[in-house]
Ligand binder design. Structure first.
Ligand code: ASP
Length: 433
């Protein structure tokens, strides 16, 4: 069985086994021995442990990968630097797709009306966590100490540092060439590490999903079914239809091919709920399976994982309308525009980790003067939605990278159009995964 199918099978088995455990454990006497074995030994012991080791192994790769990919990417651009054009197109498309995402969320939620009929009693007390001021996000992009940027895993700072190193190396003559060749060797090693971790993914994905579904409270989903399914529908529509339409409109490439090659990435995003932890696989897929040259992918994928979160923006749009309707507030056109703007910024500021988006939602709600008392309710159903929106987030990164690469002449269409392409091994003769 191919690795992709094994990962997908692990996903299905994890969800099924976790859900069974959920029901079984829920009906056991907490003082019984079997409860102790299943809850503490299996769910919170074995599966939680294996899942956390898997996520840690992925996160371990992120900083080295971003650093070497970006330096090699800059080197690949060489002296004829197209960095400005690539950066401009990438950031422009990221902003446009996020704007579309929020607007879609706002429109569909306004039509469906998921918050109508809720009463104040349904809400609760929300312990406010401060969302960071947006100007800080921009100022914090510039590192004062590259070592601490890497130690803290501050991705935007690592990106800025790597761009600078790559830029300087291409202009430092023979010294630069030697350094670049060292980083190219390093990149092959780090990519190999990514390949090794991915081989272990079926176990990691199974453990993560089993633990998650064994401990998830499903009853809240029934209470908020309209919100849940409205958001889910918009997420799926954006992930499958909007990106496909964008790819079709801006390139002659087949969206079906991209979707087919994203299945592993989706499985990772779904089980980790973190675009950050998924980044090694997103980058590898975009380069090896979609054929995007590292001069584009090295920049656009790590940047996208950090700032481009369309799924998060959709959630913020739908959640804002839900809360406005529940509070009996009719949003004016100006307020809607403010939501589009702040949700775009809030999704840029959201960290690429689980539940980051819902924390940033406070920023949007505060901007238009809505209360936070319905947030605990939304938090109750957020885990599953977070998994789906993370998959949308990474799809946006891959789609935009492909479009930009195509327009910059940095896309290998033979690789893109080959369903079995996976140039994992140096020399481009990797085994299809
Ligand atoms: N979990 C999402 C991500 O990492 C962020 C969010 O909470 O929306 O992409």
């Amino acid at each position: 069985m191919s690795l992709t199918n094994r990962i997908l099978l692990a996903m299905v088995l994890g969800i099924a086994f976790g859900s069974i455990l959920n029901v079984v454990v829920g009906n056991l006497d907490p003082t019984s021995g079997l409860y102790g074995f299943l809850q503490n030994g299996l769910i919170m012991g074995l599966f939680d442990g294996v899942g956390r080791i898997f996520v840690a192994s992925l996160k371990l790769l992120v900083v080295p990968l971003v650093l070497v990919s970006l330096i090699c990417g800059m080197a690949a651009l060489g002296q004829s630097s197209r960095m400005g054009a690539i950066a401009g197109k990438t950031v422009g498309l990221y902003l446009i797709t996020t704007g579309i995402a929020v607007s879609l969320g706002l429109t569909i939620a306004t039509i469906v009306g998921p918050g109508k009929g809720m009463t104040q009693a349904d809400g609760g007390e929300f312990v406010r966590k401060e969302a960071p001021p947006l100007i800080d996000t921009i100022v914090n992009m510039f590192p004062s100490n590259p070592v601490s940027a890497m130690a803290e895993g501050n991705m935007l700072q690592v990106i800025v540092f790597a761009l600078l190193v790559g830029f300087a190396a291409t202009r430092a003559g023979a010294h630069g060439e030697r350094i670049i060749s060292w980083f190219q060797d390093m990149e092959a090693v780090v990519m190999k590490m990514v390949g090794i971790v991915i081989e272990l993914a079926p176990y990691g994905v199974f453990a993560l999903l089993t633990k998650l579904f064994a401990t998830m409270g499903f009853s809240t989903i029934f209470n908020l079914a309209t919100y849940f399914f409205t958001l889910l529908a918009v997420l799926l529509f954006h992930g499958l239809v909007v990106y496909g339409a964008l790819l079709r409109a801006l390139t002659p490439l087949s969206p079906g091919m991209l979707r087919g090659k994203m299945r592993q990435v989706w499985a990772f995003a779904f089980s980790t709920s973190s675009s950050g932890a998924t980044l090694p696989l997103t980058l590898r897929t975009v380069e090896k399976k979609l054929g995007v040259n590292k001069s584009v992918s090295g920049f656009s994928v790590p940047l996208g994982a950090t700032i481009n979160m369309d799924g998060t923006a959709i959630m913020q749009g739908v959640a804002t309308v839900f809360i406005a309707q529940a509070s009996g507030v009719d949003l004016t056109l100006t307020q809607l525009l403010v939501v589009v703007l702040t949700a775009t910024l809030a999704s840029i500021g959201a960290a690429a980790v689980p539940s980051a988006g819902i924390i940033m939602l406070t920023l949007v709600l505060t901007q238009i003067g809505l209360g936070l008392e319905y947030l605990p309710l939304l938090l109750g159903v957020d885990r599953l939605l977070d998994m789906v929106r993370t998959a949308v987030n990474v799809t946006g990164d891959a789609t935009v990278s492909t479009i930009v690469a195509y327009h910059e002449g940095q896309l290998d269409e033979t690789v893109y159009n080959d369903p079995a392409a996976d140039t994992q091994e140096a020399g481009g003769q990797g085994s299809p995964v």
